[in-house]
Design a protein around this ligand. Structure first.
Ligand SMILES: Cc1cc2nc3c(=O)[nH]c(=O)nc-3n(C[C@H](O)[C@H](O)[C@H](O)COP(=O)(O)OP(=O)(O)OC[C@H]3O[C@@H](n4cnc5c(N)ncnc54)[C@H](O)[C@@H]3O)c2cc1C
Length: 440
């Protein structure tokens, strides 16, 4: 068989769009996914109540999987000491590999007290409420005074969850920079704006206005943004007070193993403009916020266990790609020698952790696929025997999920949802999914 054959690792939006782009160029794609379900964070990150978006994406993803050139291998984790390693995939004869495994590792801040009880990473909370195994089975007790570190859309989602869950008196969202650098979108903030403590917000804006004016920023733009979100906000159904604090970075989580978190110590920052962006500079002022729960919504890290070099929270992206796409590098390098790693490409959140919505990640996947395509087109390696490859993959572990099983699982879940008058139903454990499919 002469058909070129590649492996795509990770079936989130980036991997699925990459697989489609490659399949359309008549490349045979083996799409590996650690989770049983495809979709990545579109399935397990996007807020559960965004049913229309989620159902639309699921349908689009299933359509992609319909392509004959794509074979889905769900429930197969790639990495060192996992079901298959990257070097095993290379040894099996894949002509190139695209890693689109997202950034699914907790990003540590390395602060004192970070492992205290009731200090969580947003990843854990989001995965819990979205039913991602194994987080779906872990309890994350929450207190009454919650500090969320970070002011992006994930903060807005987590705050939305806390408001709906109830029992929280105060949510304090802490921003490293100022109001002009807020990252959440107005539409996301509108889900929580009804609980914003307006007099507290006014006072906080007054506090930071002199710095904003000094930097040439317009506080009225922040007011207008917040006003609009408040106009479009939901009905207030809980007494939780939502507060925002700007120009603060956590430096220590205070508490002990027995009682858990009791406070979050922050340093006050100021801002200076450097190379057209705002850089934070810590001052000598410290504040301690009383809190019994902290949730770190500061993005996540790529997973080094996949077997690729990591620098800080990102894979080691080569600054000198051989196959750049629109000036972007989808290639990796060995950090020691700075030499490019041949034949392995990255895209989506694996290329740039925690960056962009589904559309952006999908596009990035397609561009990464183009880089991989140019590589295999140039190298002209021999194509492997597909039947032999498939045999090895299916024997790499029990219960490898294929497209047919996937569709069957979705229809079983849809039936349960209909029967119980639910907008959606999703099995919370791999065991349940495999049992429903008759595989265990
Ligand atoms: C809390 C949250 C809310 C969001 N809400 C929205 C929203 O409302 N709208 C929107 O457009 N975007 C939203 N996003 C962003 C969107 O989810 C991302 O842009 C997108 O999912 C990133 O795609 P990806 O394919 O790069 O990675 P991911 O979606 O993370 O997919 C990675 C895939 O790789 C698989 N994988 C991981 N490790 C391995 C391995 N070792 N071997 C094999 N497979 C592996 C995983 O199982 C997963 O399927 C949200 C993100 C978060 C975190």
């Amino acid at each position: 068989m002469n058909q070129k054959t590649v492996a795509v690792v990770g079936a989130g939006p980036a991997g699925l769009f990459a697989a489609r782009a490659l399949a359309e160029k008549d490349i045979k794609v083996a799409l590996f996914n650690r989770d049983i379900r495809p979709g990545g964070l579109a399935e397990y990150g996007i807020y559960p109540e965004k049913h229309t978006l989620k159902i639309g994406l699921r349908r689009q993803f299933l359509n992609i999987l319909e392509q004959e050139n794509i074979s889905y291998f769900g429930n197969v984790e790639i990495g060192e000491n996992k079901d298959l390693s990257l070097s095993q995939l290379q040894a099996m004869g894949f002509q190139g590999i695209l890693v689109t495994a997202g950034a699914q590792k907790i990003k540590e801040l390395d602060l004192e007290g970070e492992t205290l009880p009731r200090v969580y990473h947003a990843w854990e909370i989001v995965s819990r409420y979205n039913n991602l195994p194994p987080y779906s089975q872990i309890e994350y007790p929450l207190g009454k005074k919650v500090v969320i570190v970070g002011v992006g859309n994930v903060m807005a989602d987590v705050a939305r969850f806390l408001l709906q869950k109830g029992g929280v008196e105060e949510i304090l969202a802490i921003a490293r920079r100022g109001p002009a650098e807020i990252k959440f979108h107005e539409t996301e903030f509108a889900h929580i704006a009804q609980n914003l403590d307006r007099s507290d917000f006014d006072a906080e804006m007054e506090r930071v206005t002199p710095l904003m004016l000094k930097l040439g920023q317009d506080p009225n733009e922040t007011w207008a943004f917040i006003e609009k979100a408040c106009e479009n906000c939901e009905e207030r159904t809980s007494s939780t007070n939502l507060k925002l604090r700007f120009l603060k970075s956590p430096i220590r989580f205070i508490g002990d193993e027995k009682t858990g978190l009791q406070g979050v110590e922050c340093v006050e920052n100021t801002l200076i403009e450097e190379n057209h962006s705002m850089k934070t500079v810590p001052t000598s002022l410290h504040t301690i916020f009383e809190a019994d729960t902290a949730i770190l919504a500061v993005g996540s890290s790529v997973d080094g266990e996949i077997g690729l070099p990591v620098l800080k929270d990102q894979f080691a992206i080569s600054p000198y790609p051989d196959y750049p796409q629109d000036g972007i590098s989808y290639e990796l390098m060995y950090p020691d020698t700075q030499k490019n790693i041949p034949g392995i490409f990255v895209a989506g959140w694996s290329r740039l952790a925690s960056y962009g919505l589904v559309g952006i990640s999908g596009k990035d996947g397609s561009r990464g696929a183009q880089a991989l395509y140019e590589y295999i087109d140039e190298k002209k390696k021999n194509s492997p025997d597909w039947k032999e490859l498939e045999f090895q993959i299916l024997n790499s572990k029990n219960a490898v999920i294929n497209k047919k099983m996937m569709k069957q699982l979705f229809s079983i879940e849809a039936e349960i949802a209909t029967k119980n008058h639910l907008a959606e139903y999703k099995f919370a454990t791999n065991q349940e999914m495999l049992t429903a499919l008759g595989l265990v």
